[in-house]
Structure formats: structure tokens, C-alpha cells
Design a protein around this ligand. Structure first.
Ligand code: ZN
Length: 309
């Protein structure tokens, strides 16, 4: 996976705790419901190491429970930097060094999300969007949601050979939704379910976890800005991780929402329905996934036990 490091500055020295050192905290605060990063508001340039900001859940965009209401999101995180005195486990550090954009844990007196430098947008104006997306994973999906058993296990990253099909299924779905072509939506879902195990399982996994997060981001932090312009910028960071499979989630859940209302689809999601099934039902086709029981879910701690750092 290629990374874009132009916005990066010198790496943190090993063991540094920039998040705790006095005078180096870039606290964020909420002003009139919008994020204001102290670093941006006061002219401190970006890229000077980790910057912490607080995402407050938007009760309009997510109508159901969230825990906690405020999530601390650390942008531009470099492996090796301690977080409020805590040290990442080797597994969490390895995950960030490999494919994971962010890891989730408890530190600094609450829930934290660490977004690695290579997945941090170059434009600070996009940080609130990423914070909203990641805070949703942390405060809703990893806490309140009891996920469907069939959607818990990550099936693994797709091979390069699978990417074009994943992409074209996503684009076909988006095109059909935008055209109000229910038959096209149903045909595409059918094609998805008939595709290889690796394509199908990856698509279904991402649609379950990422569609609601992306929809939440779109309707909270990005409610007054252009999603299309954001997508254009997103292609330029994180190795072009912006991909149609995430993007179609906003269209899909907007369509579901137009039919059911926001409160109802979000209730159904928490009750065990999968977004792909909701999309199918909104287009009068058969839900592709059978009913699945829900399981308790707790993420692995990303920090060494206190005192080990
Ligand atoms: Zn995500």
C-alpha cells in the first residue's frame, strides 16, 4: 500500500509523549457546533506531530445511543508516540504500520482513536470529517452495537485482482441508486452475491461497518460541505484509500432513509439488520443476508498494561 508522506514532518522520537507534554497539546474545542482546531484557529501549522481533537456525537445524524458522547481523536499519529503515558501494543503498532488507518482504545480518561499520519488528510479542513467517521466506529459500533455474528470477522483484504470487481459493483450500485433504478440495484446485489467468496465477503463486511460510519460523517461533520469535493481530495492521501465501496454507502443509506426515516433505519441497524438488506428492501428485492444472531463484541486493547510503558 503506497503512502503519501508529504504532510509528515520528522517522526516522533521513540517513546515521546507529545500528547502529554505541556505546551505541545493542540487542544480542540467546539465552537457553535463546528470544530475549531486550536492549531488551525491560531495559525499553528499542521504536521507538527499528533494533534488531538474532540468529536462530539451529533444526535441529529445518529439518533440512537452512543458511548461516549465525546471521543478523543488523535490525528497525524506516529507509532512510537505514547498517548497520555500509555504505549501501544506491538500488535496495534503493527496494524498501523500495515493496513489500518486507525486504532481504537482507552487512554487520557476516555475513548481514543489514533489516526496514523499516512491516513491523515493533508487538508486540516477534512480532519473533522475523519474524526466523525472514526468516532462513529468507536462510540457506536464498538460500544453500543451488538454486531451480527455473520459480520464480525474481517475476511481479509482483497487481492489486487479483486479490486476492479469490487469497484465496479460499487459503481453499478451507485449508478442504479442515483437513477432510481430498483431493478439495477437488485441485479447488482445479485451479482455481488454470485461473485467469488473473497469479493462478496469483503464487500459485505465493509458495507456493514463502513456504510453507517460514512453516512454519519456525511450528515454530521460534512453536512454543510461538498462530499464530492471531499472525495476528490481523499484520493490524494492514504494511498488513494477513498474508494467507491465506501462512497456508495452514503447513497445507499440516504435512499433507505428516504423510505424509512433516519430513526427507524438506525434502530433496525442496532437490532441486527444489515445495511445491504435495508437497501434491498428499499428497492423491493429480496434481502441477500439471512437473519443472524447478534454477539457481544469488545475490541482488543491497543495499549500495554498500565505501568509497562
Ligand atoms: Zn471506517
Amino acid at each position: 500500500m503506497a503512502t503519501f508522506a508529504k504532510h509528515k514532518q520528522k517522526p516522533s522520537s521513540p517513546g515521546a509523549d507529545l500528547l502529554q507534554a505541556p505546551g505541545k497539546l493542540h487542544k480542540s474545542r467546539l465552537l457553535g457546533g463546528a470544530f475549531c482546531f486550536l492549531s488551525a484557529c491560531s495559525g499553528i501549522p499542521a504536521g507538527h506531530g499528533p494533534v488531538r481533537l474532540l468529536h462530539q456525537m451529533d444526535a441529529n445524524a445518529w439518533t440512537q445511543d452512543a458511548d461516549p458522547d465525546d471521543t478523543l481523536v488523535v490525528m497525524d499519529y506516529e507509532v512510537g508516540t505514547r498517548v497520555c503515558g500509555r504505549t501501544l501494543t506491538a500488535a496495534a503498532a503493527a496494524a498501523l504500520s500495515a493496513n489500518e488507518d486507525a486504532v481504537f482504545g482507552d487512554a487520557c480518561g476516555g475513548r481514543v482513536v489514533l489516526v496514523r499520519s499516512s491516513s491523515t488528510p493533508r487538508h486540516q479542513s477534512d480532519w473533522a470529517a475523519i474524526a466523525a467517521h472514526e468516532a462513529f466506529h468507536s462510540a457506536v459500533q464498538y460500544t453500543v452495537l451488538r454486531p451480527r455474528f455473520d459480520s464480525v470477522s474481517f475476511p481479509g483484504y482483497p487481492s489486487l485482482a479483486d479490486l476492479p470487481l469490487i469497484s465496479s459493483l460499487s459503481v453499478d450500485l451507485a449508478t442504479a441508486i442515483q437513477a432510481g433504478n430498483s431493478e439495477g440495484v437488485c441485479t447488482t446485489i445479485d451479482n455481488l452475491m454470485k461473485s467469488s467468496d473473497s469479493v462478496r465477503d469483503y464487500f459485505l463486511y465493509r458495507s456493514y461497518w463502513e456504510w453507517p460510519a460514512e453516512h454519519y460523517m456525511r450528515h454530521s461533520a460534512m453536512k454543510r460541505s461538498s462530499y464530492e469535493e471531499y472525495l476528490g481530495r481523499r484520493a490524494s492521501w492514504g494511498g488513494g484509500r477513498g474508494n467507491p465501496l465506501y462512497e456508495v454507502g452514503v447513497l445507499a443509506l440516504d435512499q433507505v432513509e428516504a423510505r424509512l426515516g433516519r430513526t427507524e433505519w438506525q434502530r433496525e441497524y442496532l437490532s441486527g439488520e444489515a445495511p445491504i438488506n435495508m437497501l434491498a428492501k428499499a428497492n423491493a428485492c429480496a434481502p441477500p443476508l439471512p437473519k443472524s444472531f447478534q454477539v457481544d463484541f469488545s475490541a482488543t486493547d491497543i495499549f500495554e498494561a498500565a505501568g509497562d510503558g
